[in-house]
Ligand binder design. Structure first.
Ligand code: RNT
Ligand code: ZN
Length: 412
């Protein structure tokens, strides 16, 4: 009997069908962020990264051009199982000669990305880029008291809705467009409601434009603080949840955007009670929103369990969001996205009916014991079997190292 067959038997004794788990996971799409490949720099300007987010490290081999980023993304995808989407930022517009500013970018600036996605049957998700730009004035964009600044960014939001509609049309797959602004203050403000009122009005204006409401899902991402923006964040959790529910858009939770003892895994069910769809940015914050590479850790597993147990695989838009410049960037992509798949697979292998029954009959003794017992089931054998369906194996270090030698090392 193969290791997988043995594992299948063991899981079956807990009432879990491993074939079925693998089949369900093969249907899940993870939206892979393009910005791990170039340290969130993009191609529309050479501005330093701003907005209170930071990549640290200077590992050689950063993608500097669209071609390099596409090649690296391909390399990473070749080692990642499952269905994928490409998650782009507006700053990744590709200009042939004449540049357009953020308030005048057009669908055709993303034509190459559409070709890239279609050749690989990937859908595209999108993000307006409200940072790393001279029109971010005093740290503010859509909430700025300066009308010319606010108007500029409203126009950017509208342009991005048009581009998102274009992506949905050209790829034949829905586009998730996520709005996140870095707006806030380093120190104690005198007026907290003013910026929030302006942010609300700006969002209303952006969303009032004509876009494909059926195939573009607009999401709104909240945050607690950023570097240099420690005292006040305009788009706080309360703001973003309230705005999303009032205006019928989709709330997005990034698990790096809460106080360190607050867990997104615990928030998912509350949002599922009130929203048809929710969106996630999966990341790993170490002490702060550090955007470390996702690993197969407890919180990632718990997030996955909440999606699977609540039968919400088709209600949650799952995207990755992290950026580490201190290690090989392809390895970062592969390790992070594989960890999401691992967590989902382990959630799909949970005897959730039995666990829930123990909870409902208040047998907390068995609940705890069983949760511990299943941690040492032969998960690895099922994981290997899942990977084998994509002709992949559990190890990928040598493969990425070879690419590093042949390709990344030449980037000087
Ligand atoms: C920042 C947010 C946001 C960005 C990306 C680049 O804290 O998480 O999602 O990481 O848009
Ligand atoms: Zn995020």
């Amino acid at each position: 009997m193969s290791r997988y067959e043995q594992a299948k038997k063991i899981y079956a004794s807990y009432g879990v069908d491993t074939d079925e788990a693998i089949k369900r996971l093969k249907d899940v799409t993870v939206s892979i962020h393009c910005w791990q490949g170039d340290d969130v720099i993009g191609f529309d300007s050479q501005q330093a990264l701003s907005g209170g987010i930071q990549t640290t490290g200077n590992y050689p081999g950063r993608a500097r051009t669209p071609d390099e980023l596409m090649r690296d993304f391909d390399k990473a995808c070749s080692l990642i199982p499952g269905k994928k989407k490409l998650n782009l930022h507006a700053s990744y517009a590709i200009f042939d000669g004449i540049k357009s500013d953020r308030d005048s970018i057009q669908p055709h600036h993303f034509k190459k990305w559409v070709e890239f996605a279609n050749e690989r049957s990937l859908g595209i998700d999108f993000n307006p880029t409200f940072f790393s730009h001279p029109m971010v004035k005093d740290g503010l964009t859509l909430s700025s008291p300066d009308e010319s600044v606010r108007k500029f960014w409203i126009e950017h939001g509208k342009r991005c809705l048009e581009i998102s509609s274009y992506f949905a049309k050209e790829t034949g797959k829905p586009c998730v467009m996520n709005i996140w602004i870095p707006d806030g203050f380093k120190d104690v403000p005198a007026d907290r409601i003013g910026p929030r009122m302006r942010f609300k009005n700006s969002l209303d204006e952006i969303l009032s434009c004509d876009y494909d409401r059926e195939n573009v899902f607009v999401t709104l991402e909240s945050k607690v603080f950023g570097i240099g923006v420690e005292s006040y964040t305009v788009g706080s959790a309360e703001f973003c949840l309230s705005y999303s529910s009032k205006s019928g858009i989709v709330p997005l939770m990034d698990n790096g955007h809460y106080h360190p003892t607050e867990l997104v895994s615990d928030k998912i069910s509350s949002l599922l009670v009130f929203n048809d769809k929710i969106a996630l940015h999966i990341t790993r914050g170490v002490r702060w929103d550090s955007d470390h590479v996702i690993i197969f850790d407890d919180e990632t597993k718990e997030i996955a369990k909440e999606i699977v147990r609540n039968d919400a695989l088709n209600r949650v838009f799952i995207a990755t969001d992290y950026f580490d410049a201190s290690i090989n960037r392809i390895m970062a992509w592969v390790t992070g996205v594989r960890s999401v798949h691992k967590a989902l697979l382990s959630a799909l292998l949970e005897p959730s009916k039995l666990l829930k029954k123990y909870q409902d009959i208040a047998d907390f003794t068995s609940l705890m014991a069983l949760q511990e017992e299943i941690k040492t089931l032969p998960f690895g054998d099922v994981w290997e079997n899942y990977l084998s369906e994509f002709n992949l194996s559990n190890s990928y270090i040598d493969d990425v190292k070879e690419y590093e030698e042949k390709e990344l090392a030449l980037r000087k």
